[in-house]
Design a protein around this ligand. Structure first.
Ligand code: AMP
Ligand code: GLY
Length: 425
Protein backbone atom coordinates (compact mmCIF):
# COMPACT_ATOMS: atom_id res chain seq x y z
CA UNK A 1 0.00 0.00 0.00
CA UNK A 2 1.11 3.56 -0.72
CA UNK A 3 0.89 6.01 2.18
CA UNK A 4 0.98 9.80 2.34
CA UNK A 5 2.26 11.29 5.60
CA UNK A 6 1.33 14.90 6.35
CA UNK A 7 3.76 16.94 8.43
CA UNK A 8 7.45 17.66 8.72
CA UNK A 9 8.57 17.51 12.34
CA UNK A 10 10.20 15.02 14.67
CA UNK A 11 6.85 13.35 15.30
CA UNK A 12 6.47 12.70 11.57
CA UNK A 13 10.08 11.48 11.27
CA UNK A 14 9.31 8.89 13.97
CA UNK A 15 6.09 7.88 12.18
CA UNK A 16 7.94 7.58 8.85
CA UNK A 17 10.73 5.53 10.46
CA UNK A 18 8.20 3.14 11.95
CA UNK A 19 5.98 2.99 8.83
CA UNK A 20 9.10 2.12 6.80
CA UNK A 21 9.35 -1.07 8.92
CA UNK A 22 5.82 -2.17 7.96
CA UNK A 23 5.59 -5.26 5.76
CA UNK A 24 2.62 -3.88 3.83
CA UNK A 25 4.21 -0.56 2.84
CA UNK A 26 4.95 -0.03 -0.84
CA UNK A 27 5.71 3.67 -1.27
CA UNK A 28 5.76 6.30 1.43
CA UNK A 29 5.31 9.96 0.47
CA UNK A 30 5.59 12.88 2.87
CA UNK A 31 4.37 16.48 2.58
CA UNK A 32 6.35 18.51 3.35
CA UNK A 33 8.65 16.08 5.22
CA UNK A 34 12.22 17.02 6.16
CA UNK A 35 15.73 15.70 5.44
CA UNK A 36 15.37 12.97 8.08
CA UNK A 37 12.03 11.83 6.69
CA UNK A 38 13.59 11.77 3.20
CA UNK A 39 15.52 8.65 4.26
CA UNK A 40 12.21 6.77 4.36
CA UNK A 41 9.87 8.69 2.06
CA UNK A 42 9.63 10.61 -1.19
CA UNK A 43 9.11 14.25 -0.26
CA UNK A 44 6.35 15.99 -2.17
CA UNK A 45 5.75 19.66 -2.66
CA UNK A 46 2.06 19.91 -1.81
CA UNK A 47 0.18 22.78 -0.19
CA UNK A 48 -1.42 20.86 2.69
CA UNK A 49 -4.02 23.64 3.08
CA UNK A 50 -5.20 22.94 -0.49
CA UNK A 51 -7.37 19.90 0.19
CA UNK A 52 -8.27 19.47 -3.48
CA UNK A 53 -4.57 19.26 -4.33
CA UNK A 54 -3.96 16.69 -1.59
CA UNK A 55 -6.93 14.62 -2.82
CA UNK A 56 -5.71 14.80 -6.43
CA UNK A 57 -2.23 13.69 -5.35
CA UNK A 58 -3.75 10.71 -3.51
CA UNK A 59 -5.73 9.67 -6.60
CA UNK A 60 -2.71 10.03 -8.89
CA UNK A 61 -0.45 8.02 -6.60
CA UNK A 62 -2.89 5.30 -5.52
CA UNK A 63 -2.63 6.33 -1.86
CA UNK A 64 -4.38 3.80 0.39
CA UNK A 65 -3.91 5.72 3.63
CA UNK A 66 -3.16 9.32 4.61
CA UNK A 67 -1.57 9.77 8.03
CA UNK A 68 -2.05 13.29 9.39
CA UNK A 69 0.59 14.23 11.98
CA UNK A 70 -0.24 17.78 13.16
CA UNK A 71 -3.48 19.25 14.51
CA UNK A 72 -3.86 22.21 12.14
CA UNK A 73 -4.90 20.18 9.04
CA UNK A 74 -7.23 18.10 11.23
CA UNK A 75 -8.98 21.16 12.62
CA UNK A 76 -9.15 22.50 9.02
CA UNK A 77 -11.10 19.40 7.91
CA UNK A 78 -8.54 17.62 5.71
CA UNK A 79 -9.83 14.22 6.82
CA UNK A 80 -13.43 15.18 5.90
CA UNK A 81 -12.39 16.14 2.38
CA UNK A 82 -10.34 12.96 1.94
CA UNK A 83 -13.26 10.87 3.22
CA UNK A 84 -15.60 12.55 0.74
CA UNK A 85 -13.21 11.35 -1.99
CA UNK A 86 -13.15 7.82 -0.54
CA UNK A 87 -9.56 8.06 0.76
CA UNK A 88 -8.98 6.58 4.24
CA UNK A 89 -7.13 8.86 6.63
CA UNK A 90 -5.76 8.43 10.14
CA UNK A 91 -7.04 11.32 12.22
CA UNK A 92 -10.37 12.86 13.26
CA UNK A 93 -12.83 14.87 11.21
CA UNK A 94 -13.13 18.60 11.69
CA UNK A 95 -16.09 18.19 14.05
CA UNK A 96 -14.22 15.61 16.16
CA UNK A 97 -11.00 17.67 16.14
CA UNK A 98 -12.85 20.26 18.23
CA UNK A 99 -11.65 18.21 21.20
CA UNK A 100 -8.35 20.03 20.63
CA UNK A 101 -9.56 22.97 18.56
CA UNK A 102 -11.98 24.33 21.18
CA UNK A 103 -11.30 24.10 24.89
CA UNK A 104 -14.85 25.24 25.64
CA UNK A 105 -16.27 22.42 23.50
CA UNK A 106 -14.27 19.87 25.46
CA UNK A 107 -15.23 21.34 28.82
CA UNK A 108 -18.94 21.24 27.91
CA UNK A 109 -18.58 17.63 26.77
CA UNK A 110 -16.88 16.69 30.05
CA UNK A 111 -19.65 18.40 32.02
CA UNK A 112 -22.34 16.48 30.07
CA UNK A 113 -20.58 13.12 30.40
CA UNK A 114 -19.45 13.53 34.02
CA UNK A 115 -15.74 13.37 33.13
CA UNK A 116 -13.44 14.61 35.92
CA UNK A 117 -11.96 17.98 34.97
CA UNK A 118 -11.47 21.41 36.57
CA UNK A 119 -14.58 23.55 37.26
CA UNK A 120 -14.90 26.25 34.58
CA UNK A 121 -16.80 28.98 32.82
CA UNK A 122 -16.71 30.01 29.14
CA UNK A 123 -17.08 33.62 28.04
CA UNK A 124 -17.27 35.62 24.83
CA UNK A 125 -16.71 39.09 26.33
CA UNK A 126 -14.21 40.65 28.70
CA UNK A 127 -17.01 41.99 30.91
CA UNK A 128 -18.60 38.59 31.54
CA UNK A 129 -15.21 36.95 32.03
CA UNK A 130 -14.19 39.59 34.59
CA UNK A 131 -17.43 39.23 36.47
CA UNK A 132 -16.89 35.45 36.77
CA UNK A 133 -13.28 35.99 37.78
CA UNK A 134 -14.44 38.22 40.66
CA UNK A 135 -16.62 35.37 41.95
CA UNK A 136 -13.94 32.63 41.79
CA UNK A 137 -10.77 34.64 42.59
CA UNK A 138 -7.13 33.63 42.04
CA UNK A 139 -5.29 31.32 41.59
CA UNK A 140 -7.06 30.50 38.37
CA UNK A 141 -6.24 29.33 34.84
CA UNK A 142 -7.13 31.45 31.79
CA UNK A 143 -7.24 29.74 28.38
CA UNK A 144 -7.86 31.07 24.89
CA UNK A 145 -10.54 28.80 23.43
CA UNK A 146 -8.87 27.92 20.12
CA UNK A 147 -5.50 26.73 18.82
CA UNK A 148 -2.80 29.13 20.00
CA UNK A 149 0.35 27.08 19.28
CA UNK A 150 0.73 26.19 22.95
CA UNK A 151 0.73 29.85 24.05
CA UNK A 152 -2.90 30.38 24.99
CA UNK A 153 -2.80 29.19 28.62
CA UNK A 154 -1.90 31.31 31.67
CA UNK A 155 -1.81 29.84 35.15
CA UNK A 156 -2.51 33.06 37.07
CA UNK A 157 -1.51 33.19 40.73
CA UNK A 158 -2.98 36.67 41.25
CA UNK A 159 -6.06 38.58 40.10
CA UNK A 160 -3.80 41.06 38.28
CA UNK A 161 -2.22 38.26 36.23
CA UNK A 162 -5.63 36.77 35.49
CA UNK A 163 -7.02 40.11 34.31
CA UNK A 164 -3.93 40.70 32.15
CA UNK A 165 -4.41 37.25 30.59
CA UNK A 166 -8.08 37.97 29.86
CA UNK A 167 -7.21 41.32 28.31
CA UNK A 168 -4.53 39.66 26.13
CA UNK A 169 -7.12 37.17 24.84
CA UNK A 170 -9.76 39.75 24.06
CA UNK A 171 -7.38 42.30 22.54
CA UNK A 172 -6.61 39.84 19.76
CA UNK A 173 -3.20 38.48 20.87
CA UNK A 174 -4.31 35.01 19.78
CA UNK A 175 -6.45 36.07 16.83
CA UNK A 176 -9.67 34.12 16.44
CA UNK A 177 -8.44 31.58 19.01
CA UNK A 178 -8.93 34.19 21.74
CA UNK A 179 -12.42 35.35 20.78
CA UNK A 180 -13.70 33.14 23.58
CA UNK A 181 -12.01 32.20 26.85
CA UNK A 182 -12.28 29.40 29.36
CA UNK A 183 -11.58 30.24 33.02
CA UNK A 184 -10.72 27.18 35.08
CA UNK A 185 -10.08 26.15 38.64
CA UNK A 186 -6.34 25.55 39.18
CA UNK A 187 -5.66 21.86 39.86
CA UNK A 188 -2.55 20.46 41.50
CA UNK A 189 -0.56 17.29 41.04
CA UNK A 190 1.89 15.70 38.61
CA UNK A 191 1.05 15.84 34.90
CA UNK A 192 1.22 12.86 32.59
CA UNK A 193 0.15 12.01 29.04
CA UNK A 194 -2.12 9.10 28.14
CA UNK A 195 -2.68 7.99 24.55
CA UNK A 196 -5.55 5.85 23.28
CA UNK A 197 -6.52 4.72 19.77
CA UNK A 198 -10.12 4.66 18.66
CA UNK A 199 -12.03 4.16 15.43
CA UNK A 200 -15.06 5.88 16.93
CA UNK A 201 -16.45 2.76 18.62
CA UNK A 202 -13.66 0.51 19.87
CA UNK A 203 -11.09 2.17 22.16
CA UNK A 204 -7.73 0.67 23.10
CA UNK A 205 -5.09 2.14 25.38
CA UNK A 206 -1.90 2.87 23.43
CA UNK A 207 0.83 4.09 25.78
CA UNK A 208 1.75 6.56 28.49
CA UNK A 209 4.47 9.19 28.35
CA UNK A 210 5.95 12.02 30.33
CA UNK A 211 6.78 15.29 28.62
CA UNK A 212 9.10 18.06 29.88
CA UNK A 213 7.56 21.38 28.89
CA UNK A 214 9.91 23.99 30.37
CA UNK A 215 12.95 25.07 28.38
CA UNK A 216 15.66 24.64 31.03
CA UNK A 217 16.81 22.13 33.64
CA UNK A 218 14.78 21.76 36.86
CA UNK A 219 11.63 22.83 35.01
CA UNK A 220 12.80 26.42 34.81
CA UNK A 221 12.38 28.89 31.97
CA UNK A 222 9.58 29.43 29.50
CA UNK A 223 7.07 26.85 28.28
CA UNK A 224 7.95 25.04 25.06
CA UNK A 225 6.42 22.41 22.80
CA UNK A 226 8.37 19.82 24.81
CA UNK A 227 12.08 19.41 25.52
CA UNK A 228 12.12 15.65 26.03
CA UNK A 229 9.95 12.69 26.94
CA UNK A 230 10.00 9.14 28.15
CA UNK A 231 7.66 6.19 27.91
CA UNK A 232 6.20 4.40 29.74
CA UNK A 233 5.43 6.89 32.53
CA UNK A 234 5.72 4.81 35.73
CA UNK A 235 3.61 7.35 37.63
CA UNK A 236 0.57 6.23 35.62
CA UNK A 237 0.28 2.78 37.16
CA UNK A 238 -1.75 0.03 35.45
CA UNK A 239 -4.59 0.65 37.95
CA UNK A 240 -4.61 4.37 37.17
CA UNK A 241 -4.57 3.63 33.43
CA UNK A 242 -7.68 1.48 33.84
CA UNK A 243 -9.32 4.32 35.77
CA UNK A 244 -8.38 6.86 33.06
CA UNK A 245 -9.87 4.64 30.35
CA UNK A 246 -13.08 4.10 32.33
CA UNK A 247 -13.65 7.61 33.70
CA UNK A 248 -12.17 9.83 30.99
CA UNK A 249 -11.35 8.25 27.62
CA UNK A 250 -14.24 5.81 27.10
CA UNK A 251 -16.96 8.31 28.13
CA UNK A 252 -15.41 10.87 25.75
CA UNK A 253 -15.49 8.49 22.80
CA UNK A 254 -19.07 7.48 23.68
CA UNK A 255 -20.18 11.12 23.99
CA UNK A 256 -18.61 12.01 20.63
CA UNK A 257 -20.41 9.09 18.96
CA UNK A 258 -23.72 10.03 20.60
CA UNK A 259 -23.36 13.59 19.34
CA UNK A 260 -23.06 12.25 15.79
CA UNK A 261 -19.40 13.29 15.54
CA UNK A 262 -17.48 10.07 16.28
CA UNK A 263 -13.79 10.57 17.05
CA UNK A 264 -11.33 8.44 15.09
CA UNK A 265 -7.56 8.59 15.49
CA UNK A 266 -5.33 8.98 18.51
CA UNK A 267 -6.75 10.69 21.55
CA UNK A 268 -4.00 12.27 23.65
CA UNK A 269 -5.22 13.07 27.14
CA UNK A 270 -3.16 15.56 29.14
CA UNK A 271 -3.88 14.54 32.74
CA UNK A 272 -3.21 15.85 36.20
CA UNK A 273 -3.00 13.25 38.96
CA UNK A 274 -4.79 15.25 41.64
CA UNK A 275 -5.29 14.15 45.25
CA UNK A 276 -8.84 13.09 44.26
CA UNK A 277 -7.76 11.12 41.18
CA UNK A 278 -6.84 11.73 37.53
CA UNK A 279 -8.47 14.77 35.93
CA UNK A 280 -8.44 15.88 32.31
CA UNK A 281 -6.42 19.04 31.63
CA UNK A 282 -6.79 18.98 27.87
CA UNK A 283 -7.18 16.77 24.84
CA UNK A 284 -5.03 16.74 21.76
CA UNK A 285 -6.27 14.92 18.69
CA UNK A 286 -2.88 13.73 17.38
CA UNK A 287 0.29 12.13 18.66
CA UNK A 288 2.37 14.31 20.98
CA UNK A 289 5.67 15.70 19.84
CA UNK A 290 8.12 14.47 21.23
CA UNK A 291 5.98 11.79 22.94
CA UNK A 292 5.39 10.07 19.59
CA UNK A 293 9.13 9.54 19.17
CA UNK A 294 9.42 7.43 22.35
CA UNK A 295 6.19 5.56 21.69
CA UNK A 296 7.29 4.60 18.16
CA UNK A 297 10.60 3.32 19.54
CA UNK A 298 8.62 1.07 21.92
CA UNK A 299 5.93 -0.10 19.51
CA UNK A 300 6.45 -3.61 18.23
CA UNK A 301 3.20 -3.96 16.25
CA UNK A 302 3.13 -3.11 12.56
CA UNK A 303 2.27 0.61 12.54
CA UNK A 304 0.65 0.62 9.10
CA UNK A 305 -1.73 -2.19 10.12
CA UNK A 306 -2.61 -0.33 13.31
CA UNK A 307 -3.25 3.07 11.70
CA UNK A 308 -5.22 1.47 8.84
CA UNK A 309 -7.43 -0.46 11.29
CA UNK A 310 -8.22 2.82 13.07
CA UNK A 311 -8.86 4.73 9.84
CA UNK A 312 -11.15 2.07 8.39
CA UNK A 313 -13.18 1.30 11.53
CA UNK A 314 -11.72 -2.19 12.05
CA UNK A 315 -9.97 -1.69 15.39
CA UNK A 316 -12.03 -4.43 17.07
CA UNK A 317 -10.48 -7.01 14.71
CA UNK A 318 -6.87 -5.86 15.25
CA UNK A 319 -4.64 -8.23 17.27
CA UNK A 320 -3.64 -6.77 20.66
CA UNK A 321 -0.96 -4.08 20.40
CA UNK A 322 2.56 -5.24 21.23
CA UNK A 323 5.21 -3.05 22.84
CA UNK A 324 8.84 -3.83 23.66
CA UNK A 325 9.54 -4.34 27.32
CA UNK A 326 12.27 -1.68 27.17
CA UNK A 327 11.83 1.96 28.16
CA UNK A 328 12.40 4.77 25.69
CA UNK A 329 13.66 8.30 26.30
CA UNK A 330 14.18 11.22 23.93
CA UNK A 331 16.21 14.38 24.41
CA UNK A 332 15.21 17.37 22.30
CA UNK A 333 18.07 19.46 20.96
CA UNK A 334 16.84 22.97 20.22
CA UNK A 335 18.46 25.97 18.57
CA UNK A 336 19.92 28.43 21.07
CA UNK A 337 17.29 31.00 21.99
CA UNK A 338 14.32 28.61 21.66
CA UNK A 339 11.43 29.13 22.45
CA UNK A 340 12.28 32.74 21.57
CA UNK A 341 13.92 33.88 18.32
CA UNK A 342 16.67 31.52 17.15
CA UNK A 343 19.53 31.66 14.71
CA UNK A 344 18.72 29.59 11.62
CA UNK A 345 21.23 27.81 9.43
CA UNK A 346 23.79 26.65 12.00
CA UNK A 347 25.53 23.46 10.77
CA UNK A 348 24.88 20.06 12.37
CA UNK A 349 27.32 17.12 12.15
CA UNK A 350 27.83 13.72 13.75
CA UNK A 351 24.32 12.34 13.25
CA UNK A 352 25.50 9.06 11.68
CA UNK A 353 27.78 8.39 14.66
CA UNK A 354 24.98 9.24 17.09
CA UNK A 355 22.51 7.02 15.23
CA UNK A 356 24.93 4.10 15.42
CA UNK A 357 24.88 4.46 19.22
CA UNK A 358 21.09 4.06 19.38
CA UNK A 359 20.06 0.44 18.68
CA UNK A 360 16.26 0.38 18.45
CA UNK A 361 16.22 4.18 18.56
CA UNK A 362 17.31 6.97 16.24
CA UNK A 363 18.08 10.65 15.96
CA UNK A 364 14.79 12.00 14.63
CA UNK A 365 14.94 15.30 12.79
CA UNK A 366 12.47 18.11 13.41
CA UNK A 367 13.59 21.57 12.23
CA UNK A 368 16.37 20.74 9.78
CA UNK A 369 17.09 21.41 6.13
CA UNK A 370 19.82 20.74 3.62
CA UNK A 371 21.87 23.81 2.72
CA UNK A 372 22.82 24.44 -0.92
CA UNK A 373 26.13 22.64 -0.40
CA UNK A 374 24.31 19.58 0.97
CA UNK A 375 25.22 20.05 4.63
CA UNK A 376 22.52 19.62 7.26
CA UNK A 377 21.60 22.85 9.04
CA UNK A 378 19.13 23.93 11.70
CA UNK A 379 15.86 25.38 10.41
CA UNK A 380 13.59 25.83 13.40
CA UNK A 381 13.31 25.90 17.18
CA UNK A 382 13.24 22.22 18.06
CA UNK A 383 15.75 20.59 15.73
CA UNK A 384 16.72 17.02 16.79
CA UNK A 385 15.16 14.32 18.99
CA UNK A 386 17.82 11.93 20.24
CA UNK A 387 15.80 8.81 21.04
CA UNK A 388 17.10 5.71 22.84
CA UNK A 389 15.73 2.39 24.03
CA UNK A 390 17.11 0.77 27.17
CA UNK A 391 16.46 -2.17 29.46
CA UNK A 392 15.65 0.40 32.12
CA UNK A 393 14.79 4.08 31.97
CA UNK A 394 18.29 4.75 33.36
CA UNK A 395 19.87 2.78 30.48
CA UNK A 396 17.73 4.65 27.92
CA UNK A 397 18.70 7.95 29.55
CA UNK A 398 22.42 7.13 29.50
CA UNK A 399 22.28 5.96 25.87
CA UNK A 400 20.41 9.06 24.73
CA UNK A 401 22.84 11.45 26.44
CA UNK A 402 25.88 9.52 25.12
CA UNK A 403 24.47 10.02 21.61
CA UNK A 404 23.80 13.71 22.33
CA UNK A 405 27.50 14.05 23.17
CA UNK A 406 28.40 12.59 19.77
CA UNK A 407 26.45 15.30 17.93
CA UNK A 408 28.48 18.27 16.82
CA UNK A 409 26.11 21.22 16.82
CA UNK A 410 27.45 24.31 18.62
CA UNK A 411 24.23 26.18 17.71
CA UNK A 412 22.09 23.89 19.86
CA UNK A 413 21.26 23.16 23.48
CA UNK A 414 19.29 20.56 25.42
CA UNK A 415 18.04 19.90 28.92
CA UNK A 416 20.26 17.61 30.99
CA UNK A 417 17.57 16.24 33.28
CA UNK A 418 15.12 14.46 30.99
CA UNK A 419 13.67 11.58 32.99
CA UNK A 420 15.28 12.76 36.23
CA UNK A 421 12.09 12.68 38.27
CA UNK A 422 11.40 9.02 37.46
CA UNK A 423 15.09 8.09 37.88
CA UNK A 424 15.28 9.58 41.36
CA UNK A 425 12.10 7.95 42.68
P1 AMP B 1 -2.36 23.30 27.88
O1 AMP B 1 -1.87 24.26 26.83
O2 AMP B 1 -3.84 23.17 27.97
O3 AMP B 1 -1.59 22.01 27.82
O4 AMP B 1 -1.93 23.92 29.27
C1 AMP B 1 -0.59 24.22 29.50
C2 AMP B 1 -0.25 23.90 30.90
O5 AMP B 1 -1.00 24.70 31.79
C3 AMP B 1 -0.57 22.47 31.32
O6 AMP B 1 0.40 21.57 30.91
C4 AMP B 1 -0.64 22.63 32.83
O7 AMP B 1 0.66 22.64 33.36
C5 AMP B 1 -1.23 24.01 32.99
N1 AMP B 1 -2.66 23.91 33.25
C6 AMP B 1 -3.67 23.90 32.35
N2 AMP B 1 -4.85 23.79 32.94
C7 AMP B 1 -4.63 23.72 34.28
C8 AMP B 1 -5.45 23.61 35.44
N3 AMP B 1 -6.77 23.56 35.36
N4 AMP B 1 -4.83 23.56 36.64
C9 AMP B 1 -3.49 23.65 36.74
N5 AMP B 1 -2.67 23.76 35.70
C10 AMP B 1 -3.21 23.80 34.47
N1 GLY C 1 4.51 17.63 23.64
C1 GLY C 1 3.26 18.28 23.74
C2 GLY C 1 2.42 18.23 22.54
O1 GLY C 1 2.69 17.54 21.58
O2 GLY C 1 1.39 18.90 22.54
Amino acid sequence: MNVLLIGGGGREHALAWKLAQSAGLDRLYAAPGNPGIAAHATLVNLAVTDHAAVTAFCRDHAIGLVVVGPEVPLVAGLVDDLAAAGIPAFGPTKAAARLEGSKGFTKDLCARAGIPTAAYGRFGTLGEARAYLETVGAPVVVKADGLAAGKGVVVAETMAEAIAALEACFDGSFGAAGAEVVIEEKLTGPEVSFFALTDGRTVVPFATAQDHKRAYDNDEGPNTGGMGAYSPAPILTPDLSVQVMREIVEPTVAAMAEAGTPFSGVLYAGLMLTPTGPQLIEYNVRFGDPECQVMMARLESDLLEVLLAVATGRLAALPPLAFRREAALTVVMAARGYPGPVEAGTPIAGLAAADAMLPGGAVFQAGTRLADDGTLVAAGGRVLNVTALGDTLRAAHDAAYAAVAAIDWPGGFCRHDIGARALND
